[in-house]
Design a protein around this ligand. Structure first.
Ligand code: ZN
Ligand code: ZN
Length: 81
C-alpha cells in the first residue's frame, strides 16, 4: 500500500477526529505516560511520578510510542514510534 492520501480513521467509530500524543518513558523511575502528563509547558517538563525534571531525550527519558486517541468515541490505540 503506497497510498499517501490515506486518512487514518478510528477502528471503532470510523471518525477521523484523532488526537496523537507521544508516549514518554522516564527511565529513572520507569514511569510511562503521554507527553502531556509531563507538563504542558515545553520549557520545564517534569515526571508526574517522581517529580524530577526531564533532562535529555535518550539520557533519562525516551519515546516508546504514539497514542492515538479518538475525539469522538474516546478509544485509544498505542502505535510504535
Ligand atoms: Zn520519573
Ligand atoms: Zn472512535
Amino acid at each position: 500500500m503506497n497510498d499517501r492520501s490515506f486518512i487514518e480513521r478510528c477502528p471503532a467509530c470510523n471518525s477521523t477526529e484523532l488526537e496523537r500524543h507521544v508516549i514518554v518513558h522516564h527511565m529513572i523511575c520507569a514511569y510511562v505516560g503521554p507527553e502531556y502528563d509531563f507538563g504542558r509547558n515545553s520549557e520545564r517538563k517534569h515526571c508526574p511520578k517522581c517529580m524530577r525534571g526531564l533532562v535529555a531525550r535518550g539520557e533519562d527519558w525516551e519515546v516508546v510510542g504514539t497514542s492515538v486517541l479518538c475525539g469522538q468515541c474516546g478509544s485509544e490505540r498505542i502505535l510504535p514510534p
